[in-house]
Write a protein that binds this ligand. Structure first.
Ligand code: HEC
Ligand code: HEC
Ligand code: HEC
Length: 430
């Protein structure tokens, strides 16, 4: 009996000790020290070669896309980023000392990008894609730092994040990182070419393609084992880039290069939605690096060294208008001038709707977004396709989409096109 009680006591104190250790471990894991402020480095402290290299890398990393508000000054932050957990605002990463990163050391900068920890020791949200940036080499971090520290300093405070209750508590992010942040440098794969490894380094690291093209779990972490199986981005679907890619004309290294470098290409159509700024950034990158990305993505799709094969040109005009007469009318009035097979636009080498991934995908989100928001020209200045959100109601767009789907694909009818139209309506019109 006595022995039994002693045993219980030992067990209890054992538990207490492990709880204490667990607590200490958790505190240790959550805790990150503040790193000292430095006085802002002089521009002349950085050599131009390093700054130039940093500029290209910042382009690959889309730093300017997320860290610039609508018409705001470059890198000064405040762009709202909607997430399932609320709205985050990007920070000011110009070298202003009070509101930006002017007194950050390179060490503090590297820690933010690779471990998601701010200079003052607080944990950052993974909207900054540190899951990917963690693979970036120290040399590339040095160039990025040199580039940003030599930008124009802008004094700009950033709005408070608007997150669901409880999620504003940053120490929680340490737990998220324990589960989903896989730290570690990039290890080139033996047996693959230098270009392939370069492509993988850029795609998995700075270019963070998986940040949109890989599905996420309910805690917002990228699903391991489903890399590039397709994901969500700002209401758009980022199609799968693996072997299940739904494109009609199947991709080749050359067509991927053209799409990524020029945003627009004769074999696959335009880079719409959030893919637009990505391609815009890549257009400024050296051809050799864009080729490397195309080569690597082609291999993920199983299309390495493949030749083009155009999909069938589907046009079920008759049966589609019988099934969806209202949609057919709307199409004739609003879309046919550009999208009717044989129209002037198609004679200029534009693809028929049957060749566009957004029409072939099982989900109408991207087609609905294109109709509701239109498509800005890649070079800025005007639209390739106008927005129809003020001209059509949700139910009209829904009928129109059913018609487009029935006419230009042999796929099964879309579900809930009205829901898709309503979620695609621009926020300021709701
Ligand atoms: C997909 C959007 C996105 C991209 C791309 C992005 N960032 Fe950010 N970044 C954010 C957000 C949002 C935050 C704020 C996170 C928070 O509040 O926890 C942030 C925070 C930071 C911080 C920490 C600032 C601070 O005051 O704590 C730095 C430094 C930073 N980003 C640099 C970069 C650089 C350099 C790049 C390009 C290589 C980049 N970011 C690309 C969204 C992005
Ligand atoms: C002024 C010409 C014009 C009009 C009018 C127009 N479009 Fe477009 N649309 C375009 C162009 C250009 C593209 C890009 C084509 C490409 O990718 O090669 C496009 C692309 C699309 C896409 C694919 C979007 C993507 O990102 O994959 C869909 C879907 C679409 N249009 C549907 C419609 C519908 C439905 C209408 C009528 C409500 C319409 N368009 C009216 C010019 C137009
Ligand atoms: C911010 C989110 C985002 C990022 C980052 C992103 N993509 Fe995309 N991508 C999209 C969306 C959304 C589409 C669909 C565009 C459309 O329908 O017009 C797309 C379309 C594509 C397509 C066309 C797929 C098809 O079959 O039609 C390719 C190829 C592609 N992306 C490659 C890449 C590569 C390579 C990278 C990294 C360099 C990348 N993407 C980064 C969101 C993103």
């Amino acid at each position: 009996m006595n022995i039994g009680r002693r045993h219980v006591q030992t067990l209890l104190s054992g538990l207490a000790v492990s709880a204490l250790c667990g607590g200490l471990f958790a505190a240790w894991y959550v805790y990150e020290p503040a790193l000292d402020r430095i006085s802002r480095p002089e521009r002349s402290a950085f050599d131009m070669g390093t700054v130039k290299k940093g500029e290209q890398l910042a382009t690959v990393g889309d730093c300017i896309v997320c860290h610039t508000a609508g018409n705001g000054p470059p890198f000064a932050g405040s762009r709202p980023l909607p997430t399932p957990f609320g709205t985050l605002y990007s920070t000011n990463i110009t070298p202003d000392e009070r509101t930006g990163i002017g007194n950050w050391s390179q060490e503090a900068f590297a820690r933010a990008l690779k471990q998601g920890v701010s200079r003052d020791g607080s944990h950052l949200y993974p909207a900054l894609p540190y899951e990917h940036f963690t693979h970036v080499t120290d040399d590339d971090i040095r160039s990025l730092y040199a580039f940003l520290m030599t930008r124009q300093a802008v004094v700009a405070d950033v709005p408070e994040n608007k997150l669901l209750p409880g999620l504003g508590f940053r120490p929680l992010l340490a737990g998220w990182k324990m589960l989903f942040l896989h730290r570690g440098g990039f290890a080139p794969l033996a047996g693959k070419t230098e270009a392939w490894n370069r492509g993988k380094y850029l795609v998995d690291g700075l270019a963070h393609c998986g940040g949109c093209h890989t599905p996420r779990n309910i805690a917002g972490g990228e699903k391991r084992g489903s890399e590039f199986a397709g994901g969500l981005a700002e209401g758009w679907i980022a199609p799968p880039l693996d072997r299940s890619n739904p494109s009609a004309g199947r991709w080749t290294e050359a067509s991927l290069f053209a799409y990524l470098k020029n945003a627009d290409n004769g074999s696959h159509g335009i880079a719409g939605g959030p893919m637009g700024p990505v391609a815009e950034g890549l257009s400024k990158l050296d051809d050799a690096d864009v080729s490397a990305i195309a080569l690597y993505i082609a291999s993920v799709m199983g299309r390495e060294g493949a030749t083009p094969d155009d999909g069938p040109a589907i046009d079920n005009a008759q049966s589609a208008s019988t099934k969806h007469p209202e949609g057919a009318d709307l199409f004739r009035g609003a879309c046919a001038a550009c999208h009717e097979p044989g129209s002037a636009m198609s004679q200029q080498g534009r693809l028929p709707l049957s060749a566009l991934t957004s029409v072939r995908m099982a989900d109408p989100a991207n087609a609905a977004s294109a109709v509701m928001m239109g498509i800005p020209a890649p070079s800025g200045g005007g639209n390739l396709m106008p927005s129809f959100s003020s001209a059509m109601s949700e139910s009209q767009v829904a009928d129109l989409l059913q018609y487009v789907r029935a006419r230009f694909t042999n796929g099964s009818p879309w579900k809930d096109t009205e829901g898709a139209a309503s979620s695609a309506r621009p926020e300021d019109e709701r």
